[in-house]
Design a protein around this ligand. Structure first.
Ligand SMILES: Nc1ccn([C@@H]2O[C@H](COP(=O)(O)OP(=O)(O)OP(=O)(O)O)[C@@H](O)[C@H]2O)c(=O)n1
Ligand SMILES: C[C@](O)(CO)[C@H](O)COP(=O)(O)O
Length: 237
């Protein structure tokens, strides 16, 4: 039975977010963004382990231990990330291999900056894996009209038929994903998600429709939006 692992890339600087603290560390409804994201997976019984990838300086300083507190136990020691998100994901995969994960084990990669992932959407992705030999990712069909921009001027409209926004988690077999990332990085291919590396190798992963409130905290305003999403969810429950 293939085990299911998670890599949480949290090695970014949050430059678009601004502020003095990287966005994965800022407080969101009483705990760091990163803690919200980690808890989603630490509480999921089907997940064998969570590999956290942090900025090298934060790993070295031990800052993350103070941030997450004693109550959060990470069975796998966090590792340092790299210059790009794809580098951090690759380093997380290599750490999983070193920890004994099998080549055919599944790995879900989920942005630390997406703390609002619904457990229902995670379960949809996990449930899809037996029927997703070429991997699977959460996504959502584009619902807005899309423009191609140059110098804040519209150059025209992009046909949105069949276009989806890729979200995370994205799920692939460990060794296939690691190999695809290595090939893409060696070719200096612009890789912004795991699926794009796999697609370059001819894989056609399944798109599993998720919810638009699985936002990525990117700009400063996104933090208040994430807080409102989680508050509304608490109200529902
Ligand atoms: N070298 C990097 C860059 C990004 N990430 C992680 O990948 C996720 C999505 O990336 P993004 O939203 O671009 O985060 P940042 O790179 O921090 O943001 P920015 O581009 O604004 O600096 C985040 O959880 C981020 O921490 C990472 O692990 N290693
Ligand atoms: C992986 C991702 O979240 C899918 O939409 C996105 O590509 C990350 O992009 P970023 O520029 O690294 O935030």
């Amino acid at each position: 039975m293939n085990r299911i692992w998670v890599v949480i890339p949290a090695g970014g600087k949050g430059q678009r977010f601004g502020g003095s603290q990287a966005k994965q560390y800022v407080q969101l409804r009483g705990q760091p963004v990163l803690a919200h994201t980690l808890n989603i997976f630490l509480q999921e019984p089907r997940i064998a382990g969570v590999q956290l990838v942090l900025p090298e300086e934060d790993l070295r300083s031990g800052f993350w231990r103070e941030l997450l507190g004693e109550q959060m136990v990470l069975p796998l020691a966090p590792v340092s990330g790299g210059k790009q998100r794809a580098d951090s994901v690759r380093l997380g995969l290599e750490a999983l291999q070193a920890a004994g994960a099998a080549d055919t084990d599944w790995v879900l990669v989920h942005d630390a900056a997406r703390p609002c992932l619904r457990s229902a959407d995670l379960h949809s992705l996990l449930d899809s894996l037996p029927d997703s030999p070429q991997g699977a990712l959460l996504g959502i069909p584009v619902a807005d009209t899309l423009k191609r921009e140059n110098n804040a001027v519209s150059l025209g409209t992009v046909d949105r038929e069949g276009l989806w926004r890729a979200l995370t988690p994205q799920a692939f077999p460990l060794s296939a994903l690691l190999a695809a990332l290595r090939v893409a990085q060696a070719a200096d291919s612009p890789i912004t998600d795991e699926a794009s590396a796999m697609e370059l190798q001819g894989w056609r992963p399944r798109l599993i429709q998720g919810h638009g409130d699985n936002i990525k905290i990117t700009l400063g305003d996104d933090l208040a939006l994430a807080a409102a999403i989680l508050a509304a969810r608490d109200e529902e429950n």
